[in-house]
Design a binder for this molecule. Sequence first.
Ligand SMILES: [Zn+2]
Length: 280
Amino acid sequence: MVPGEMIEGVHPPLISKSIFLKVHQNLEKFGGGYKIDLEVEELPMKQFLKCDCCGNSMTGYLVKKKGLYYYKCNLKGCANNRSQKVLHEKFEQLLLKFTFDKKLVPIFKKMFLTLLSQKTEVNEEGKKELQVNLASLRKKLDGIEERFVLGEIDQTLYTKFRDKFRANIHQIELELDNSQNQLSNLEKAVDKCINLSLELPSLWRKSNFGRKQRIQNLLFPEGIQYNRKKDDYRTSKINLLFSAIPYLTGLVEGYKKGDSNFSAKIPTWVVPLGIEPSTY
Ligand SMILES: [Zn+2]
């Protein structure tokens, strides 16, 4: 799926295009074939880390005498710096929130698909609307041809409307095609997200520089903030699928503790914890 190839229609898309594209861009990045500049293997979080004090990207350096790496804020005078070892450990702790017990895979998958099917229901309506519009455009095209044949309109007028109707018909046909692919792709995205999250955080730890970066960017598309005072991370934007995991884990915990209202709470998850749906 090349974003540039996506055709913007006159009708509301069946699945929010930004959501769709972001899931796919991120998963494709993760899938590999992604060019990465030569970098210091030990500092995969360079640029990905933002200084919570001033908002600048953090860079890294090596203290040769000690043989130790550090991350530091790029801004001159901002004293935000911390050892790579500590920041990596803290990142693994953060990743722990996005993993879950393998035993829960079936229920998590069901929950994700419930969320997806909620979107799908809305989309079915959009699909019907497109089909109605398509039928009406085809009728208009037939009508204009008939009028031209009968000599009621001239060639110029006929060509003008014929081309317009044909372009609109083509557009709608493309959108209907796309919607089919989008749904099955979103289901694949759920599987990919689940498989990846089961292996966190060890997968990140074991990965090389490039893969570490892809995992980081997949989960946190805009990086994460490191707060020196609290000596901890702050996350703003989280991949929507992954952002559901801490929430669902919380529900499961509640269920274990006897919260019988468990399943009733699932549909309330639309925008969890104040995260915008556009933050895939
Ligand atoms: Zn700073």
